[in-house]
Write a protein that binds this ligand. Structure first.
Ligand code: AMP
Ligand code: GLY
Length: 406
C-alpha cells in the first residue's frame, strides 16, 4: 500500500512511525512533514490547507490511502478533495469535521442525539454571556465557538476574566463545569461501524499538579488502569453510536477518527467535554505503539466503509508514556530557532522542529515528545524521563509529573 500522511506535528510523526512498522505499507510519504518523519517517509512540500494541492500530490504519488492529521485541513475540506480525486482518505468531510470546528454545532448534535454532556448556552453578546455565567456559577467555562488550536477554552473562578474571554471571542459556548478526571477515547469509524482504541490521559496544563495555562497537551499515558472496566462500551453505547447515527441522519456521515474527550464526573458518569475530528496530540504517541494490528489496513477499512468486516483490535500488554518538551515562552509566545541537541535515537517524536545550517532547531511551541514503551507504567515513565534528560534546549519546559502514581 502507498500511504500519504498530511501534517507536520507529533501526532503525524506518531502516525508515520506506526505506518512504517506495518508490513502492509510498501511506500510511505508525508507532506509537509518534519525532520523526524524524514527518517521514515519521503517528504513532499505542500500547503496542507490547500485541498486541490493535497489532492494533486496524492494523485501524483498514486497513493492508495491519504491520512489527514490535523483539524484545520479537515475543516477546510482536504478530505473531500482527496476523495473527489478517487483516492481513499481517512478523515471526515469538511461538513462532518464541524463536530470539532464549531463547539455550538457539536452541542447541537449532542443534544439531538441525547449524549451526556455539560449543559450549555451559545452566546454572542455580553448580556447573554453574563446571564449564562450567572446561571451556572463558578467555576466558569467559556469556549471560543471556532477552532482555536487548544487555546480557546478558559476555565476560571474570575467572572471578569470569563466575561473578557467571551468579549474577545465574539461567539462563545458557556457551559456547566464538569468535575472528575479526564479521559481521551479515540474511535476509528467508517460512519457506521466503530473500533475503539485504548483510553488515554492527556495532561493539558503547562505546569506540574495541573497548574498554569491550558496547552495543546504536555504529556500522556496509556493504558489507564484506574478507568472503569465498562468505560469503553458505555461510551460507545451512550455517545459514539448515537452521534454517528445523528451525523448520518443529517446527511453528513462522520468517517475518520472521532476523539471523545470525557470527564468521568462523580455524580453523572462519563460526560463529553469535547469532540475532535482527528487523532489527539500527544495521546496518539502513546496509543499507537500499543496497537498490535497493522494501522494502514484499519484506516483503509474506515476510509472504504468496510470496517465492520475488519478484525477486532488487540493490544500489547505494556504501557506507554510521552513527555512533551516545550519551547521557551510556550504557550503564550513560543520562541523558535533554538538549537536542540541529544534528541537522537528512537523515542523522540518530533512535534515542532526544523533542520537548518545550525542543525536541529525548535520550530514551534511543543518541540519533542519523549516517548517510551515498557512492560509496566513505572518503567515506561522512567524511560520517557530518561529520554527527556538527554535533550538540551535553551529554557525548555516540561512537566515532571506525567503518569505519576495517582
Ligand atoms: P476543550 O478544548 O473543550 O477540550 O477544553 C480544554 C480543556 O478545558 C479540557 O480538557 C478541560 O480540562 C477544560 N474544560 C473544558 N470544558 C470543561 C467543562 N465543562 N468543565 C470542566 N473543564 C472543562
Ligand atoms: N490532546 C488534546 C488534543 O489533541 O486536542
Amino acid at each position: 500500500m502507498r500511504v500519504l500522511v498530511i501534517g507536520t506535528g507529533g501526532r503525524e510523526h506518531a502516525l508515520v512511525t506506526a505506518l512504517a512498522n506495518d508490513p502492509a505499507v510498501a511506500s510511505l510519504h508525508a507532506a509537509p512533514g518534519n525532520p523526524g518523519m524524514a527518517l521514515l517517509a519521503e517528504l513532499h512540500p505542500v500547503d496542507p490547507m490547500d485541498p486541490a494541492a493535497v489532492a494533486a500530490l496524492a494523485t501524483t504519488l498514486q497513493a492508495d490511502l491519504v491520512v489527514v492529521g490535523p483539524e484545520a485541513p479537515l475543516v477546510a475540506g482536504v478530505a473531500d478533495a482527496v476523495r473527489a480525486a478517487g483516492i481513499s482518505c481517512f478523515g471526515p468531510s469538511g461538513a462532518a469535521a464541524q463536530l470539532e470546528g464549531s463547539k455550538a454545532f457539536a452541542k447541537d448534535v449532542m443534544t439531538a442525539a441525547g449524549v451526556p454532556t455539560a449543559r450549555a448556552f451559545t452566546c454572542t453578546t455580553p448580556a447573554e454571556a453574563a446571564a449564562a455565567l450567572d446561571e451556572f456559577g463558578a467555576p466558569y467555562v467559556v469556549k471560543n465557538d471556532s477552532l482555536a488550536a487548544g487555546k480557546g477554552v478558559v476555565v476560571t473562578d474570575d467572572r471578569d476574566a470569563a466575561l473578557a474571554h467571551a468579549a474577545e471571542c465574539g461567539r462563545v459556548v458557556i457551559e456547566e463545569y464538569l468535575d472528575g478526571p479526564e479521559v481521551s477515547l479515540f474511535v476509528v469509524t467508517d460512519g457506521k461501524a466503530a473500533r475503539p482504541l485504548l483510553p488515554a490521559q492527556d495532561f493539558k496544563r503547562l505546569a506540574d499538579n495541573d497548574e498554569g495555562p491550558n496547552t495543546g497537551g504536555m504529556g500522556a499515558y496509556a493504558p489507564l488502569d484506574w478507568a472503569p472496566s465498562d468505560l469503553t462500551p458505555t461510551v460507545l453505547d451512550q455517545v459514539v453510536f448515537p452521534v454517528l447515527r445523528e451525523m448520518t441522519d443529517r446527511g453528513t456521515p462522520f468517517q475518520g477518527l472521532l476523539y471523545v474527550g470525557l470527564a468521568l464526573t462523580s455524580k453523572g458518569g462519563p460526560k463529553v467535554i469535547e469532540f475532535n475530528a482527528r487523532f489527539g496530540d500527544p495521546e496518539t504517541q502513546v496509543v499507537l505503539p500499543l496497537l498490535e494490528n497493522g494501522l494502514a489496513g484499519l484506516l483503509l477499512a474506515a476510509a472504504n466503509g468496510t470496517l465492520d468486516a475488519h478484525p477486532e483490535l488487540t493490544w500489547r500488554d505494556a504501557a506507554a508514556v510521552t513527555v512533551v518538551i516545550a519551547s521557551d515562552g510556550y504557550p503564550a509566545k513560543p520562541v523558535a530557532g533554538d538549537v536542540i541537541t541529544g534528541a537522537d535515537g528512537p523515542g523522540y517524536i518530533h512535534a515542532g522542529t526544523k533542520l537548518t545550517s545550525e542543525g536541529l532547531v525548535s520550530a514551534g511551541g511543543r518541540v519533542l515528545c519523549c516517548t517510551a514503551v515498557a512492560p509496566s507504567l513505572p518503567e515506561a515513565r522512567d524511560a520517557a524521563y530518561a529520554l527527556v534528560d538527554k535533550v538540551s534546549l535553551r529554557a525548555s519546559q516540561h512537566r515532571t509529573d506525567i503518569a505519576r502514581p495517582r
